[in-house]
Each structure stands twice: as C-alpha cells, then as structure tokens.
Design a protein around this ligand. Structure first.
Ligand SMILES: C[S@@+](CC[C@H](N)C(=O)[O-])C[C@H]1O[C@@H](n2cnc3c(N)ncnc32)[C@H](O)[C@@H]1O
Length: 334
C-alpha cells in the first residue's frame, strides 16, 4: 500500500526526538497532502466551510479543522506528547489494550491516525467523537483508504460535551483539541468536563494541563520580536500570576461555575509593559509543552491597556464562563 508506506515515512520523522526544521516542515506538508488526498475534501464546498454553533461553543467546519494540521508546532508537539502519554498509559495499565476516546477529530483525526503506524490494533484502539457530519464523511474516506478500520471501535456523531459513553470498554486516555487561545469560543472546557469523569481515574488527559496566566505585554518589544530585530533584548512580557489551571482534577471538581480570581496589578510596572493580556501555556503531556507564541493556541489574548498615570488600575478580576461563547469575563475591581 503506497499510502500506508507514505504515512509510515512521515511518522518516522514526526516521532523523532530531535527536530530538524526542514525535515519536519516537509513531513507536515506531506501529512497534509496525504490527508487531503485520502479524504477527498472539497475545500471550496459550503458543506466543508460550515461551522456549527453549540450551547458550549463553536465547532469549526471541516475545512477549517483540516487546516489545523499545517500548524507545524501544534501538530508536532501534540503528537509527541500523545506518544509519551500512550507509553505512560501502557505502563499504568499493563497488559491492557489502550482505549483512546478522541473528541473533535475533524476530517482527518490528525492526533490519532499517525499512531496506527506505530502500534498494532491489539495495543491501541480509538473511539472517535465529532459533531460535524461532513468531517465524519471525510474521516471515513481517510480510514478506508489507509485501511485502518481495525483500530476504530466507533465513530459517533454527537456533541462531545453531552455524550455519555455506554459501552463496557474502559477509557484509558482522552484527547481533545477543541480550543483557541485563552480557552475562548470553542468548547474544550465543556467537553473535558463531560468526558473526564467517564475515563478511568488514572487515565491520561491530553492536554494534561492548560495554564492561563495574566501578563503585562510590551507591544513595542513584541513588534521587535515579530520582526526578528537584532536589537531585541529581554522578554516582551512579564507574568503577573496564574489565573486558571485546567486539568483532570479541575475538570472533575468543577460543577460548571469557576471561581472568580482577583489579580493585583503591580504598582511598579516597567515602562512600556502596559498591555494586560492572557497567555496560554499548554502542557500536552509530561515535559512536552506548547509555550507562548509557538502556535495560534498560544498567542496572547489582549485584555486592556493600562494607563497607570491618570487613575491607576490596581485590581482586575477574572472568571472563566461556560456558555455558547466561553471565555474569561474580566472586571476592574479597583
Ligand atoms: C480545532 S478542530 C481540531 C481537529 C483535530 N482534532 C486536529 O487536532 O487537527 C476541532 C474539531 O472538534 C469538533 N468539535 C468541536 N466541538 C465539538 C463538540 N462539542 N462535539 C464534537 N465535536 C466537536 C469540530 O467540529 C472540529 O472538527
């Protein structure tokens, strides 16, 4: 099978411990092309471009979800972290085939398919959840062409934030990447909160932790950073504090309302660091992270300009809100 051989070649590069930028960039292009060919996606069709609006956030259309593959660092780090997660699950649940519940597969199940070139169906199997029927139609093309049906228990068309798993197979691992920076607009939190309690207690959640930090950004230095300026020195941001940690424990404990967090704005802000923003640091698994600016999920979310000379802002509160456009509400307290 020529396509399967291609997938194996791509994965050999993706699973390498050390990254060679050009090799990696070519591998991601090849993976994208392989998925385009095998899914037979019609990028221009209305069906592929339609988003779905859910009570817990937006589910992006098949074409937009397909584009995620090309975010090189996102795809690479998720695959690297998931690989470590599978290995850890194999140790934790010795002798058991690892059952992965993957919520929000998009048209390619990008965070699952590469592992079929590394593990046998006796070692790993997947249940796929996806709300978009067009993505599922395309995903079925990928699965059939690559001949990997024996890894898949079921593909369920459902809202993963509501789904109740009623089969006997225990869930060892849960993967979802249904997020934007600062956990805004898409239903990552609601999906995770619904599915984590359905996973084994020692099961592995990917991403393992999503940390939202309030920071002060220096827009001028940020521009220098972007332009790769030679005289760019020092960091373009200063962390103030963690506003939110979202992981297995917080997902289990929360009843749907998250605590409001009051943040003290330092009174000795360094000149130029006057933009309050939220940063998103993603621990995929163990020591595999997606850090600030590494991909679109880690771009700063700008909150407000601080004009500290006239009437200084001392305290701002943040609260994560679950609704049809989830995200952080913020208020100036004093
Ligand atoms: C950002 S894309 C990621 C696609 C793929 N997992 C990847 O990493 O390349 C998110 C996918 O999750 C799906 N999705 C979002 N919310 C969902 C929900 N509540 N239930 C099921 N699927 C959902 C969207 O339709 C979309 O296909």
């Amino acid at each position: 099978m020529e396509k399967l051989k291609k997938l194996n070649d791509i994965c050999t590069i993706l699973f390498k411990e050390d990254d060679n930028y050009f090799e990696l960039s070519n591998a991601i292009d090849d993976l994208n092309q392989l998925f385009y060919e095998t899914s037979k996606i019609d990028a221009g069709s209305n069906a592929a471009r339609e988003d779905i609006y859910l009570p817990t956030g937006k589910a992006i259309g098949a074409f937009w979800a397909a584009m995620c593959v090309k975010e090189m660092m996102r795809t690479k780090q998720f695959i690297k972290g998931i690989y470590k997660g599978i290995k850890a699950a194999q140790e934790r649940f010795e002798g058991e085939p690892i059952h992965v519940l993957y919520a929000g597969t998009g048209p390619f199940a990008t965070l699952a398919v590469p592992f079929t070139s590394l593990f046998s169906p006796r070692e790993i199997n997947f249940t796929f959840l996806e709300i978009n029927p067009e993505s599922i139609r395309l995903l079925n093309n990928v699965i059939n062409t690559l001949n990997i049906k024996n890894y898949i228990n079921e593909i369920v068309l459902c809202d993963a934030a509501e789904y109740k798993y009623n089969k006997s197979k225990p869930i060892h691992m849960l993967i979802t990447e249904t997020m934007l920076n600062a956990l805004q607009k898409e239903p990552q939190v609601a999906i995770t909160m619904n599915l984590v309690p359905q996973m084994l207690k020692d099961g592995i959640l990917i991403p393992q932790n999503i940390r939202i930090e309030a920071a002060l950004l220096n827009p001028k230095k940020d521009n220098y950073r972007m332009a790769g300026a030679k005289d760019y020195d020092g960091k373009c941001y200063q962390i103030i504090d963690t506003v939110f940690d979202f992981n297995k424990e917080t997902a289990r404990q929360s009843c749907g309302t998250f605590p409001e967090m009051e943040l003290d704005i330092p009174d000795n802000i360094e000149a130029g660091y006057n933009e309050l923003c939220l940063l998103t640091n993603i621990q995929i698994f163990d020591n595999v992270y997606l850090a600030n600016w590494q991909c679109s999920l880690n771009l700063p979310k700008r909150i407000m300009q601080l004009k500290q000379d006239a009437s200084p802002i001392n305290k701002v509160s943040f609260q994560y809100i679950l609704n049809k456009s989830p995200g952080f509400n913020f208020k100036v307290v004093s």
